[in-house]
Design a protein around this ligand. Structure first.
Ligand code: EPU
Length: 426
């Protein structure tokens, strides 16, 4: 298994372009099931999770083309043709769902198109229990009969019907599953306390391009008027706000001068504000954010919240940054119950962090020092890379397959910014 080796201490310098958003591309790929035909998606990141979603959809008869040739001329980088003309299955097996929970996103579209779905129940994962009870409760309200059989959610409906659904928590993939199911339901569905994450909005915009009728996009109340049928449409996936935030943190921790381009600036407000609080100077212009080497780095408190609050997917990276800031920072995680697994590894690099319940107190140190560390989930891995960029000496990050799930060309992008980083077979 490969490892990433970093010789820290080099201030990053240059420009880095942000790829398409993983968490928008995944539900959009699932949503192609709703409209039989050939879809042309753009800005799809080349990531392990995207390949996994292709595998899931492939099991249902969906075919793909990403280099062109078979369905026409060569395709530009990031393009993906998805042919959903023939649906031959409706099952997402355990082998796939256990490696990528987002596979449950096929549930809503399959029910809308085939009136049935069999999806493995995702178990717990590295960051918490992560049940899908809210997805299922909402679907039941829409007339779906759900049974659990040998670890699988068996879902069937004669006809999906519109419903009033009040979510106990604004679950991201739950909102997405219900919104997708509602597009082809009979009547109107209202999802109250819907997730407002930009990726939910991007999926909604894709559905509208397919012919769906959705009001309230970007707000916490989505009203979906079911239509008879949807048809394919070309769509460009939004850029990845978490990838952008990760490069901002990497630039800040190395006191570098980096321009992050193709960034979804409007969706990064909470992250940019916290960087400002920590003394990091960020100048934005259009889709570009420039981090300038400023004075010192100060401690700043964060509390993860549903959007537009500070994203849980940036918590680990921000913690790495705070581990070398002046003073103490309190980091409160409210979205997932177990998302501090990176703490033990950051401590191996010399970070001073104490956990009490869902709060971590980080006392900034002057230096971190390189060590072998283990990646445990996607964002935890990103935090170790960030810490390694600043640490004195060599850091080896093991189990890098987590990073491959969510960061396109990470080693290449950081190398181009001057980092001494390489991927080597372990
Ligand atoms: N929850 C329930 N019941 C449900 C659904 C969620 O109790 O039916 C709880 C979860 O256990 C968790 C909280 O609600 O404590 C939030 O979960 P949510 O459903 O919003 O998360 P998700 O949809 O499973 C997506 C992203 C995650 C991101 C979270 C929060 C995708 C594919 N995944 O997960 O991304 O952390 O929203 O913003 O969109 C990542 O990219 O590294 C990642 C983990």
């Amino acid at each position: 298994m490969d490892k990433i080796v970093i010789d820290g201490g080099v201030p990053l310098e240059g420009e880095v372009s942000i790829s398409g958003a993983k968490n928008a591309a995944l539900p959009i790929m699932a949503a192609t099931l709703l409209a039989p035909g050939v879809h042309r998606l753009h800005n799809v990141p080349r990531l392990a999770d995207i390949r996994t979603m292709k595998r899931v959809l492939g099991l249902m008869g969906v075919t793909f083309e990403e280099s062109g040739g078979l369905m026409g001329p060569p395709l530009p980088e990031g393009a993906l043709l998805v042919d959903t003309s023939n649906l031959t299955g409706w099952m997402a097996p355990y082998e796939v769902v256990k490696t990528m929970r987002a596979a449950v996103l096929v549930l809503g579209p399959l029910l809308a198109r085939a009136h049935q779905a069999s999806v493995s129940l995702p178990g717990g994962c590295a960051i918490g229990a992560r049940p899908i009870n809210l997805h299922l409760k909402g679907l039941e309200a829409m007339g779906v009969k759900i049974t659990l059989n040998q670890g699988y959610v068996e879902a069937k409906t004669k006809e999906l019907k519109g419903a009033e659904i009040i979510l106990d928590f604004p679950t991201v993939t739950g909102t997405e599953n219900l919104m997708m199911a509602a597009t082809l339901a009979k009547g109107t569905t209202r999802i109250v306390n819907a997730a407002q994450e930009p990726e939910v909005g991007d999926l909604a915009s894709f559905l509208v391009a397919l012919g769906a009728q959705i009001e309230g996009i970007g707000t916490d109340i989505l009203t979906i008027h079911g239509v008879e049928a949807l048809s394919p449409a070309p769509y460009k996936v939004m850029s990845d706000r978490i990838e952008a935030g990760t490069y901002l943190a990497a630039a800040a921790i190395t006191k570098g001068k980096v321009a992050v381009t193709n960034a979804p600036v409007a969706h990064l407000t909470a992250v940019i504000e916290k960087l400002h609080d920590a003394g990091v100077r960020c100048a934005t212009s259009g889709d570009r954010i420039e981090v300038q080497p400023g004075g010192g780095l100060n401690g700043a408190d964060i509390k993860t919240l549903p959007y537009p609050g500070f994203p849980t997917d940036m918590q680990a990276q921000f913690m790495a940054l705070m581990s070398v800031a002046k003073g103490a920072s309190v980091i409160t995680e409210t979205i997932f119950e177990d998302r501090f697994i990176h703490v033990g590894e950051l401590k191996r690099l010399g970070a001073d962090i104490t956990i009490s319940g869902n709060q971590a107190v980080v006392r900034g140190r002057r230096h971190l020092s390189g060590a072998p560390v283990m990646a445990t989930d996607l964002r935890a891995s990103a935090s170790l890379i960030i810490a390694g960029l600043a640490a004195q000496g060599t850091t080896e990050v093991h189990r890098v397959y987590h990073l491959d799930r969510g960061y396109a060309n990470l080693v290449e992008k950081l190398s181009a910014l001057g980092a001494r980083i390489k991927r080597v077979p372990a």
